[in-house]
Design a protein around this ligand. Structure first.
Ligand code: ATP
Ligand code: MG
Length: 371
């Protein structure tokens, strides 16, 4: 595999502001035109649209199971061969996740069925999974990007750690795109509701489902090095080094911070003087201190971004302002001294530059924050 050059901004990096899929993608090899009431595989009746992505449109379906009406999320994938192949990989991954978790204790979305559907635009892979509610981004918005209450954040963070530990250790899978959009809740948030926050159940009634395994990789078989959405991307991926399960832990630390504060932990921006990648490295250094020299030495991008004495070429050290995480939490986000210390003692080991010494999901679960 080619080392991944982070300068080539990927699909996962593009802005997704559109509310609906592009109608120009309804052609041979593209999306299937799904109708409300349409029946798939003689059993799944389409009720409403749940969403769409680059690969598919997703629909709420109802079906009979042992005389009971049940619901599922039907993902109808574009019919071109590359999408069909990606869907086959996703189905294998979902099967592994579902088969190893018969009691549904692992906070991961389960597969219900998969089949092919012949339509006017070709043959489409179809994936039926459990239905989730709103995603965590919607919850972050509900709290006006000012942070979700501590007890709720804690419970959600813990459940995601259980999901990651399960994926990494039982399934040999790396999610590689952990972010708030990809974690679904067990309730739906209506942003037009009058008493909006009453829609959120108490922490002990919240259950999340880790979703979107379309980008997941097997530990032993990587599909690509072009992984993770920018803000959640770990240093080893940016440096073109080996990456594995610890990449998900890094993303989760970024996500926990975002749940707590409503802000991205790292929000790199391009300027006329330097690229997004360089700004991202600068933000790492400001929060976490210098990047280990051996990582820079091993990076295929060493000469592109770094000087001989391991500084950033385009952003000199004297332009960086250091601000450690516990102080950010206390001074900028007004957490108590105690909470700031405790939260940073959870997050800093998850943000260890070195993937080999970075905390694992299992280790994080033993942290006193979760007691
Ligand atoms: P991407 O461009 O993100 O790779 P994709 O085509 O692989 O997209 P998904 O991200 O899996 O598709 O799903 C698209 C959207 O459909 C999601 O953002 C979500 O809004 C909705 N969705 C998917 N699966 C479910 C589900 N199980 N329950 C509820 N909504 C879902
Ligand atoms: Mg998606």
């Amino acid at each position: 595999m080619e080392p991944y050059d982070d300068e080539n901004d990927s699909l996962s990096d593009m802005d997704e502001e559109d509310d609906v899929e592009d109608i120009n993608d309804y052609h041979y090899g593209g999306y299937h035109k799904v109708e409300i009431g349409e029946v798939f595989n003689k059993k799944y009746i389409v009720k409403t649209k749940l969403g769409w992505g680059h690969f598919s449109t997703v629909w709420l379906v109802e079906f009979q199971n042992n005389g009971k009406v049940e619901q599922g999320a039907l993902k109808v994938v574009r019919s071109a061969q590359k999408y069909t192949e990606t869907a086959r990989d996703e189905i294998e991954i979902l099967k592994t996740i579902s088969n190893n978790d018969p009691l549904k204790k692992c906070y991961c979305l389960h597969l219900i069925d998969s089949f092919q559907h012949r339509g006017l635009n070709g043959i489409h892979m179809c994936i039926v999974t459990e239905v989730g509610g709103s995603n965590l981004l919607s919850l972050i918005k509900l709290y006006h990007y000012h942070g979700i209450p501590l007890e709720i954040t804690k419970e959600i963070s813990r459940q995601v750690l259980v999901a990651l530990n399960y994926l990494h250790n039982k399934c040999s899978l790396i999610h590689t795109d952990l972010k708030p959009e990809n974690v679904l809740l067990n309730f739906v948030i209506d942003h037009n509701h009058i008493k909006r926050r009453n829609q959120v159940p108490p922490a002990n009634n919240i259950k999340v489902m880790l979703a979107d395994f379309g980008n997941a990789n097997w530990i032993e078989k990587r599909f690509t090095n072009d992984i993770q959405t920018r803000q959640y991307r770990c240093p080893e991926v940016m440096l073109g080094l080996h990456w594995g399960c610890p990449a998900d832990v890094w993303s989760h630390a970024c996500m926990i911070f975002e749940l707590l504060t409503g802000d991205f932990l790292f929000a790199p921006k391009q300027t006329t003087h330097y690229s997004k990648v360089e700004d991202h490295f600068a933000q790492f250094i400001e929060l976490l201190g210098p990047i280990p020299r051996n990582m820079i030495d091993n990076s295929p991008y060493k000469r592109k971004y770094f000087t001989n004495d391991y500084g950033l070429k385009k952003i000199p050290n004297n332009q960086l302002s250091y601000w450690p995480l516990d102080m950010v939490l206390r001074d900028k986000y007004k957490f108590s001294e105690h909470d700031s210390k405790q939260i940073s003692s959870l997050l800093l080991p998850m943000l260890d530059y070195n993937e080999l010494t970075r905390a694992s999901a299992a280790q994080c679960l033993t942290h006193s924050w979760f007691n």
